[in-house]
Design a protein around this ligand. Sequence first.
Ligand SMILES: NC(=O)c1ccc[n+]([C@@H]2O[C@H](COP(=O)([O-])OP(=O)(O)OC[C@H]3O[C@@H](n4cnc5c(N)ncnc54)[C@H](OP(=O)(O)O)[C@@H]3O)[C@@H](O)[C@H]2O)c1
Length: 362
Amino acid sequence: MKTPALPRKRKAKWPVAVLGATGAVGQMFVRLLADHPWFELRELAASERSAGKKYGDVTRWLEGAPPPAAVMSRRVIACDPGVVTAPIVFSALDATVAGEVEAAFAHAGKFVLSNAKNFRMEPDVPLVIPEVNGDHLALIDGQRRKRGWSGAIVTNANCSATVAVVALAPLHQKFGIKQLFLSTMQAVSGAGYPGVPSLDILGNVIPYIADEEPKLEREMLKLLGAYADGEIIDATFKVSAHTNRVPVEHGHTICMTIGFEEKPTPEAAIQTMREWKGFAATEGLPTRPEHPLVVTDALDRPQPKRDVSAGGGMTVTVGRVRRDAVLDLRMVALGHNTVRGAAGGSVLNAELLAVNGALDSA
Ligand SMILES: NC(=O)c1ccc[n+]([C@@H]2O[C@H](COP(=O)([O-])OP(=O)(O)OC[C@H]3O[C@@H](n4cnc5c(N)ncnc54)[C@H](OP(=O)(O)O)[C@@H]3O)[C@@H](O)[C@H]2O)c1
């Protein structure tokens, strides 16, 4: 990670908390925030089952080196805005509780960066992939007026929607998507911990993920929509999604077939994706990879085993861009579900808010 100075003449790091810190996404937040140049991980919160206990005792650390002993020995606190002191909270809460808890934090004046589905499709709530639609953060002022809270809720998208949209954004901006078929192969870590029972997923493919297909279809249109006069005008192309759970640890792979208003050749599509830099204000942010989108020429890539950690897990890798006999183009995209599709995307949202001045009062 690069270590840029604090933005806007800020003198100290912003104190932050993680809600749902014990889960799969929560752990990724802890990993990304443990040594962040702008944010100081002050509090770890989870359910009443975990509150009061040491983080290391209630968290089954899922991968890599665990965080420093000082973090593992910290007491978990309740997800209560009266208990959490940090003005900025990253939420990795289960959707069954996220709606109520996140609203309570926003009412208490906290800035909530959420991974849960509950608020994503609310018209006044930004649903943001910073390099794609960072300008949608402008919804926050209207949200505060409408809801009468001094805090705010900013969401990031479903993990598959994020991977697909990073790959599609440059093509939609240049050629206009008209129709899209996509079929996902989603990693088990996307189901959280403990997630899918091992005997259900080992040596198997499950062609159903509850609520995933409509979520993916709806969110893509909002993400690729345009901000105008305080609202988002959704993109209008037709989209049809199949979602499958596969026995892969991390990384969602998505096969896409795309029809365009202006039909690009595969070469033009590849060049467009390779030249794409994304929303300019995100360049240089600590969590933004140098290349949010990479196109490989290898015939048998991308693969989760080989490509999921590109750009520290923040780069989406596209391959197999070719003509299609039914629509116009086919291609495959791959991205890390708990980094790019969850915690990393949320931290990048917070960094963009920090340089925009939205966190100046926090
Ligand atoms: N996994 C992914 O790839 C991914 C990607 C994008 C978005 N998301 C979304 O991110 C959120 C977290 O997903 P996950 O995969 O990390 O799930 P997870 O592993 O099941 O973790 C859920 C977290 O929520 C906490 N929690 C559960 N009930 C609670 C309650 N009543 N009060 C307070 N905290 C409670 C749990 O705390 P305890 O340990 O104390 O029970 C745990 O920390 C979900 O909304 C999910 O849809 C996940």
